[in-house]
Design a protein around this ligand. Sequence first.
Ligand SMILES: N[C@@H](CCC[C@H](N)C(=O)O)C(=O)O
Length: 304
Amino acid sequence: MRSSGRSVTESLDAAGIEFLKGHGTQNDFVLLPDPTASIDLTAELVQALCDRQRGIGADGVLRVARADALCATGVLSELPAGVRTTDWFMDYRNADGSVAEMCGNGVRVFAHFLASSGAVSEPGFTVGSRAGGRRVEVHHADETTADVSVEMGAVTTGVESKAVLGDTTVAGLAVDVGNPHLACVVGGLDVAALAGFDLAHGADFDPAVFPDGVNIEIITPMANGSVDMRVLERGVGETRSCGTGTVAAAAAALRASTGTQVGTVDVRVPGGRVTVRIDESGAVLRGPSVLVASGTLRAGWNTP
Ligand SMILES: N[C@@H](CCC[C@H](N)C(=O)O)C(=O)O
């Protein structure tokens, strides 16, 4: 990892650094505008920022940096496919401090911030992620709310696998949306039974299929073009939504009901609703973003 030149104390509390708090269907994030990638974004700092008692509280952190700055400071070893040096790059971290390739809700909030702050001048632009460049279209954005579509790229289904949640075993399909998912469409499951699943105590899964961990979605069968879903996110726990998870859920639900993964699905999650359209060229995720607040980290907030 690079050395930022900041002292240990400075990197512990990142005092004076500006942040925003936002969410996409209640999957919530701390945004750190950091064009030059000068913040020493350690796992410990991410954990503290995301802590709901001693920090700001969030499911993850979105550092807003230029792609070339992340390369120059060694955060990225190379530019992922489809990302140009001048693109804004979503440097995403899970609440436990781990790095993930992609975040579908985060990219909408990220694009909302860029559009509402004037950092971009066109409604359509590319956001860099570790999974590659993602084209976004901001349909509407004001200071607080936005409606954003994201081209999520290829949705690749793999083998069938299982997860154990509490005393329940569920079967699902491995789905790669840039990050790994086990999308479990449970036959006969209704909204009330979905609410009864124990997602509070983690899950066991097959590490041979998911050597880098997995996000697990529990999904009702498709009815009238929609499904309900809950999610257990890698590096976080249960969240109220997961954008990449909704894409995986749509692919699995379409496959289960039609035998192909082409179509449009409304996915309801505890935090709201998004729409996923999948065709041969990939998936498009459309949904809301809310920027809740902005502020400045105070000196000493993260002093042990
Ligand atoms: N909430 C995100 C996914 C974030 C990354 C995930 N926890 C992982 O580790 O892959 C989304 O909206 O897609």
